[in-house]
Ligand binder design. Structure first.
Ligand code: FE2
Length: 245
């Protein structure tokens, strides 16, 4: 069994005392990471974007320092609040496209479009996806991407859905070894069926959004993270844990 953990939407500020929507995001991120390392240490952590609240250099330094001190291998991808170039320069761990874990391939896809809150998979990312799935046919594949590719039944968040999701759909339809899609951005736990592929949304390490909401509304859940346990036969278990007060 291979255990992965997904953390997402850390929204770190430039300083450790930065507060967003009533939450000290550095503190909640550190608490989440402490729980992961002590309760269910994984072989890999994937941070699926919006690591920073507004792309400050110091926020990436804070992230990098905490992740490095955990001694757990980690990967990251950018969200709409991030500065891809800056984070690539600051975070000690570089961006990695595909990570192989036994007979599983963990694939990172970029949906962040500079200057845009909504997601789009750029042309070169579509080409990357096409070629890497071709090369990963002997592996079971999990896809990690910041934005959600399909409606989560919240009107204001659905406006940020990956706008060219049909192009991704077309590629994924050619492969039966892609086992799941894992996203951030929506700050809530949810599972949605996308043409027989399950999409797992993961709560933020700081504040959450209310589900099934017409417009912006904070949720009441605590900071959280998702664990994923992969088996050699291509099946997996997954669930979400929230910090206890
Ligand atoms: Fe986001």
């Amino acid at each position: 069994m291979v255990r992965l953990v997904q953390i997402t939407d850390c929204h770190l500020g430039a300083e450790k005392n930065f507060i967003s929507h009533g939450v000290n995001t550095y503190e909640s991120f550190s608490r989440v990471l402490h729980e992961i390392t002590t309760k269910l240490p994984p072989s890999l952590i994937i941070a699926s974007g919006d690591i920073s609240s507004s792309g400050e250099e110091c926020s990436y330094q804070l992230f990098s320092d905490v992740m490095e001190s955990s001694l757990i291998p980690y990967r990251w991808l950018p969200g709409n609040h991030d500065d891809f170039l800056m984070m690539s320069n600051i975070i000690v761990q570089p961006f990695v496209r595909v990570e192989k874990q036994e007979n599983w391939a963990v694939v990172s896809l970029v949906s962040a479009d500079p200057g845009n809150v909504a997601g789009v998979i750029a042309k070169d990312e579509i080409e990357q996806l096409r070629s890497l799935l071709k090369n990963c046919q002997n592996y079971f594949v999990l896809l990690f991407v910041h934005h959600h590719p399909v409606s989560i039944n919240s009107r204001w968040l659905d406006e940020h859905c990956i706008s060219n999701n049909w192009q991704v759909e077309e590629i994924l339809a050619q492969y039966d070894n892609v086992r799941g899609v894992f996203t951030g951005h929506v700050h809530q736990e949810r599972v949605t069926n996308w043409n027989d592929l399950l999409v797992y949304n993961t709560p933020s390490t700081c504040f959450q959004f209310a589900s099934d909401a017409e417009r912006f509304q904070l949720g009441e859940k605590a900071p959280g993270y998702r664990w994923i346990e992969l088996y050699p036969d291509g099946s997996f278990d997954t669930g979400v844990n929230y910090l206890k007060a």
